[in-house]
Design a protein around this ligand. Structure first.
Ligand code: ZN
Length: 242
């Protein structure tokens, strides 16, 4: 075990009010590509840029093309929680971790057994009819082709926050509150460049800020501990003796 991981283990041992804030890097070890990284979706061949396809205007005006991209590039129904998701679920089960705030829409924290998961960008596991608001699971999307329709005839939209859409106000407020109340904040798999991540982190005023990310983040100067390594392995080793 490296000294950095030993430090993290000690920080976790001494706290019962940990909050985890995670981004795309948490899910890459489950085989879900990082949406914004150099090897991510932006460099794939598509007629439009992903940011454009994943906007509300595009969804409303080119729903079929949206779903073609969404089904091919955004859905990973066979992805399984990795060591990071599992370690965090264990810490919550032990009463040490109070909340997970995630920018990911893959639902893997919930699949790993975590209960208090604040999904800033929504979840691909939930889908809603735009007319009658009937809710559908991911299976409904997977078992249809083209544009999925509700029994009422309305178009079904994934419950994910698209570009141009507002974040859910209560999820965001709750995230700010748990960060403010946290004793330890572990930030992992995000460079904190995506709105509103950096702004939310500003609410933190606890004892130890831990950054686990392969590359530099805009918040490293504030960190008490920086670990540049795989998040799954790091968290697994840090919690295995707790
Ligand atoms: Zn409906």
């Amino acid at each position: 075990m490296t000294s950095a991981i030993m430090k993290l283990e000690k920080i976790i041992q001494n706290s019962s009010n940990i909050v985890f804030f995670g981004g795309a890097g948490v899910s890459t070890e489950s085989g879900i590509p990082d949406f914004r990284s150099a090897k991510g979706l932006y460099h794939e061949k598509y007629k439009y840029r992903p940011e454009m396809i994943l906007s509300r205007t595009f969804f409303d005006n080119n729903t079929e093309e949206f779903y073609r991209f969404y089904r091919e590039k955004m859905l990973y129904p066979n992805a399984k929680p990795n060591d990071a998701h599992i370690a965090l679920a264990e810490l919550e089960g032990q009463g040490k971790l109070k909340a997970i705030i995630t920018q990911n829409v893959d639902g893997l924290h919930t699949l790993a057994g975590s209960k208090n998961v604040l999904e800033l960008h929504g979840s691909a596991l939930r889908n809603i009819c735009l007319i009658c608001e009937e809710q559908y699971t991911l299976d409904k999307i997977l078992e249809t082709e083209g544009i999925p329709h509700c029994m009422c005839g309305g178009i079904i939209k994934p419950d994910v926050v698209l570009y141009e859409e507002m974040l859910n106000a209560s999820v965001t407020a709750n995230a700010a509150k748990v960060i403010y109340d946290a004793d330890v904040l572990i930030v992992g798999g995000t460079s904190l460049n995506v709105y509103p991540a950096a702004g939310l982190i500003e609410h933190y005023c606890g004892k130890a800020l831990v950054m686990i990310n392969k590359t530099k983040t805009s918040y490293d100067r504030n960190a008490d501990l920086i670990i540049r390594d795989n998040i799954g392995e790091t968290l697994r080793k840090a919690v295995e003796n707790i």
